[in-house]
Design a binder for this molecule. Structure first.
Ligand code: CTP
Length: 401
């Protein structure tokens, strides 16, 4: 979980579930976030400010004015400071006030002046949660763009069993971390992604190609563009279609075309991901006319293509990350790690060719990701979009964005 540099306000209201919030604060702080706690006046009876301020390493706020020195807590400044506000636990009373714009405490005024995303995690008795006013209030809050972290079934403070238990701290913090991760974590980053096969002409009508469909590279482009990156997708011949305001696509045919396009976009790319299956050889001579059929043995002499990724790593600056893919039919891990080192890559994604449903042409994949620090992450078989999320997450972790 990475929340480095994120500023989070946690608003705590009067509910027994407030005892779980110190754990949420610890998880946020451990993940690198700055945390500011605002307690509603009634919440003081449920959790002590001393615990909260010690864990958050900031004074806990409740009042508009500090009567001891006359200073005041500006709800406007707080609202502007926060990257996200989490109201947890949120009582039925506070939800009703949030839904109707009542602003009789610091948390409510901060919510009214905030421009950042707001999450709320209800906690109450099952009948209160089922009451039509609560249901209406939740709908209203969701219509403002607030996100509910739904309560779960379980034993409630009343001793009754049902829905109304606030989600566990680990789940709440994961939801927030996933939100940050998924929203704009790559905003402002330029990413070069290659996809698909290359076709090497034998004559004007024939080529040497491979079975790559381009699905993995297109999925990566989609996911990283959704995270706010500007993606230059350099695609070999592929049937995939993509349309996204953050993606510019350059269609190429041969390894050499792909090389030229990569040279153009590489200097301004913070991350380069070579998921294309680039041909290693290309015909030495390409006749201008079609080779006619004959009964004689035909020899086509092949010369090596340029190793695009290796040539890029030679030009690599310190702030650039290069990710390769490996396709192996034997000694897969050993060969992938060797490629990571020989090609001087930051990360390498090993495609699993043996797995049913993984690799060329499938909508699913299973990969193992290795990085230069010797770390290894193995995924399950899942959709290429989910795999793209895992790859993006490993790249982001590695690069510390
Ligand atoms: N690659 C490249 N240029 C090439 C060949 C491969 O940039 N001419 C890149 C691929 O896009 C991939 C990585 O190098 O990111 C590894 O590709 P792979 O085909 O697994 O390995 P090769 O280097 O081609 O070696 P071999 O085919 O012998 O395994």
């Amino acid at each position: 979980m990475n929340l480095a540099g994120k500023k989070i306000i946690i608003g705590i209201t009067a509910s027994i579930a407030a005892y779980k919030i110190p754990f949420v604060i610890r998880l946020f702080k451990k993940a690198g976030a700055e945390v500011q706690v605002i307690l509603t006046p009634a919440a003081h009876d449920f959790v002590t400010p001393v615990t909260l301020s010690t864990l958050s390493e900031r004074p806990v706020l409740t009042e508009f004015f500090d009567k001891s020195d006359g200073s005041w807590s500006s709800h406007i400044d707080l609202g502007m400071w926060a990257d996200l506000i989490l109201v947890a636990p949120v009582s039925a009373n506070t939800m009703a006030k949030m839904a109707t714009g009542i602003a009789d405490n610091l948390l409510l005024t901060t919510l009214l002046s905030a421009r950042c995303p707001v999450f709320f995690a209800p906690a109450m008795d099952l009948d209160m949660f089922k009451h039509p006013t609560t249901i209406e209030n939740i709908k209203t809050l969701e219509s403002y763009g607030y996100t509910q972290i739904k309560p779960v079934e379980g034993e409630l403070a009343s001793g009754l069993k049902g829905c109304g238990r606030m989600e566990e701290p680990e789940i709440i913090s994961k939801i927030i971390a996933d939100f940050f991760f998924a929203s704009k974590i790559l905003k402002g980053k330029n990413i070069l992604i290659t996809a698909g096969p290359t076709h090497e002409s034998i004559d004007p009508v024939r080529y040497i190609g491979n079975h790559s469909s381009g699905k993995m590279g297109y999925a990566l482009s989609q996911v990283m563009a959704d995270m706010g990156a500007h993606v230059e997708l350099v695609s070999g011949p592929s049937n995939e279609i993509i349309s996204h305001k953050n993606i510019n696509i350059t269609k190429v045919t041969s390894a050499n075309d792909m090389y030229d396009a990569c040279l153009k976009y590489f200097p301004t790319s913070e991350i380069t991901i070579m998921s294309a299956a680039v041909a290693d050889f290309t015909p030495e001579h390409v006749p201008t006319e079609k080779i006619k059929k004959s009964n004689k043995l035909v020899n086509i002499s092949l010369k090596p293509t340029v190793d695009i990724i290796s040539s890029l790593t030679k030009k690599k600056k310190n702030n650039q990350i290069i990710v390769g893919f490996a396709l192996e039919t034997n000694d897969a891990e050993e060969n992938a790690i060797q490629k990571l080192n020989n090609k001087n890559l930051d990360l390498i994604v090993l495609n699993s060719l043996e797995e049913e449903g993984a690799g060329f042409g499938h909508d699913t994949n299973k990969v193992t990701i290795f990085n230069k620090n010797g770390e290894k992450v193995e995924t399950n078989l899942k959709s290429k979009i989910d795999i793209a999320h895992d790859i993006a997450s490993e790249i982001i972790k590695y690069s510390n964005f």
